[in-house]
Design a protein around this ligand. Structure first.
Ligand code: ADP
Length: 157
């Protein structure tokens, strides 16, 4: 019955953590802030088809923000070649970091309350004798959470 479906979706939100539904970082399509915004890059971005792309500086571990594909309509390719870094004031948005153990529910509320639909999933990493470091291990979108709830309902049929 409907009540059971709703209940199981709610329980899902309360028990699962984002680490269970995220896209692992090595599967994420990301771009380097230092690359030129040329025709080739735009083609690559459009063929990947994502609306949000994490941006890193130099190394993939060093994520500095988020590029919204739709903002690229602002780019005039007739102009001289520029990097994303040079246009970061208009192209680079903040990306929120969320610990891997965070439950789905607070993340869903956060995505609803803020006009952001992607977060960076992080894990605290402590090596004895050295400082605590924070590692980026995945990306999570509103879609991943909604998908998980729907999945649960379908399995429940
Ligand atoms: P889009 O709006 O780009 O279609 P969604 O937010 O609907 O993306 O997410 C669809 C799936 O794709 C989710 O599993 C999400 O984690 C994944 N995803 C979103 N952006 C990227 C990206 N840049 N690289 C890899 N996977 C991504």
């Amino acid at each position: 019955p409907q009540e059971r479906k709703i209940l199981s979706a709610v329980l899902e939100l309360k028990s699962k953590v984002i680490g269970q539904v995220m896209t692992p970082i090595d599967k994420a399509f990301m771009i380097d802030i230092n690359v030129n915004l040329n025709q080739l890059l735009l083609k690559q971005i459009y063929s990947e088809g994502y609306s949000r792309i994490p941006v890193y500086d130099g190394q993939r571990e060093n994520i500095v923000g988020l590029l919204m594909t739709r903002d690229l309509v602002l780019i005039n390719l007739e102009n001289s070649i520029v990097t994303i870094k040079q246009l970061s004031s208009i192209l680079l948005r903040d990306i929120i970091a969320i610990d891997v153990e965070t439950k789905l529910e607070p993340v869903l509320s956060y995505f609803k309350g803020n006009s952001t639909h992607m977060g960076l999933v992080t894990r605290k990493h402590k090596v004895i004798g050295s400082e605590l470091s924070i590692m980026n291990i995945g990306i999570i979108t509103l879609e991943d959470i909604v998908e998980e709830i729907l999945q649960e309902e379908i399995e429940d049929e």
